[in-house]
Design a protein around this ligand. Structure first.
Ligand code: NAD
Length: 325
């Protein structure tokens, strides 16, 4: 075993996100004299409390960066046809550069059809098949521009992961990257971006046999599973970079004791709020890593920053200040 003794580096997502937001605000200011204010429309259907929190913080960040935002809140009972109509109107609006449909949608609505109805050039979540296809075909490995310098609207969370790695000077080319999880919004695009950045990529998922034999080879391990503390210390290569995408709310004292023994700040927070969050990587594994993203304060902080970047990229592209794709 590789005796890794150095203190792991904490990859501070909040600081990295602040840097990106400052850059986005600068881009917005540059567009001002051209009469362009980037605009984002966020559609929030029904009353899902977690979604309301996410949407509010997206709208708030738009305000901070000088981006116009509009929140549209149809009732839970809205039909697919009515949603299609709403999306068509937003597609046609000149002042709206980005359209975001907050997921999950109610079960009676055809989510896939709606995501495909968003104009690809306004698809700031990067979920439209055109943008998913471009991610593979054009080989981009993050937000802003592709290899050919064209519009790149990449899914925000994986684009944020790439920014964390790049801005922390973590080498990617030639490294073994293992992604656990193959969702369309995190795992698959993260694997594509790492591949495009010349890592040797392995994707593991719920049907992978003996997952640890892959994760132990990972120089960069991305966990996007949705299971508290799933990756344990015995599953990692000492010195690896650990990227923890998971956000799992825990409400049991026994879990707090298991994941955060002796962590008084966490215990106090839990006592106050009755819950806390843990990632998909067991915190004990972080101690063996070379660098890791904490939860909270890691990957999660980047998602909104990348959404803001995508909105400005979409505005610049659509309004011809950047090459059209
Ligand atoms: P998902 O449920 O769509 O996908 C989970 C993936 O994990 C699946 O591909 C599945 O194959 C894999 N998986 C499940 N059980 C497994 C097992 N036992 N072994 C190996 N693989 C297994 O989830 P998602 O939307 O990709 O989200 C994953 C996590 O990331 C969640 O905790 C979510 O809250 C979090 N998330 C965070 C952000 C952020 O901004 N930080 C954004 C999106 C998702």
């Amino acid at each position: 075993m590789n005796p890794h003794t150095a203190t792991p580096r904490i990859l501070d997502g909040i600081a990295i996100a602040a840097g990106i937001k400052a850059e986005v605000a600068h881009q917005v200011r540059q567009l001002g004299p051209q009469g362009i204010t980037p605009g984002l429309a966020v559609i929030l259907v029904g009353d899902v409390p977690a979604s309301q929190i996410y949407v509010r913080s997206k709208v708030k960040t738009c305000g901070e960066l000088g981006i116009y935002s509009e929140m549209i809140t149809p009732p839970e009972t809205i039909t697919t046809e009515e949603m299609l109509d709403l999306i068509a109107k937003l597609n046609a609006r000149e002042d709206i550069d980005g359209i975001l449909i907050q997921l999950p949608l109610p079960a009676h609505v055809d989510t896939r059809r709606l995501l495909e109805a968003v104009a690809p050039e306004k698809d700031v979540d990067g979920f439209h098949p055109i943008n998913a296809g471009r991610l593979l075909a054009e080989g981009y490995s993050g937000a802003t521009t592709s290899r050919s310098g064209k519009l790149a609207l990449a899914p925000c969370t994986p684009a944020g992961i790439m920014e964390i790695l790049r801005r922390s000077d973590i080498p990617i080319a030639g490294k073994n990257a293992v992604v656990i999880g193959r969702s369309d919004i995190v795992g698959k695009p993260a694997a594509s971006m790492l591949l495009n950045a010349s890592a040797t990529v392995t994707v593991c998922h719920s049907r992978t046999h003996n997952l640890a034999r892959f994760t132990r080879e990972a120089d960069i391990l991305v966990a996007a599973i949705g299971r508290s503390g799933f990756v344990t210390p015995d599953m990692i290569k000492p010195g690896a970079t650990l990227i923890d995408v998971g956000i799992n709310r825990i409400t049991d004292q026994s879990q707090v004791d298991e994941f955060f023994p002796g962590d008084e700040a966490r215990a106090a927070l839990f006592a106050k709020r009755g819950s806390t969050v843990v990632g998909d990587i067991h915190p004990a594994a972080f101690a063996l890593s070379g660098a890791y993203t904490p939860v909270p304060g890691g990957v999660g902080a980047l998602t909104i920053a990348m959404l803001m970047q995508n909105t400005v990229t979409a505005a610049r592209s659509r309004r011809s200040t950047l090459d059209r794709a």
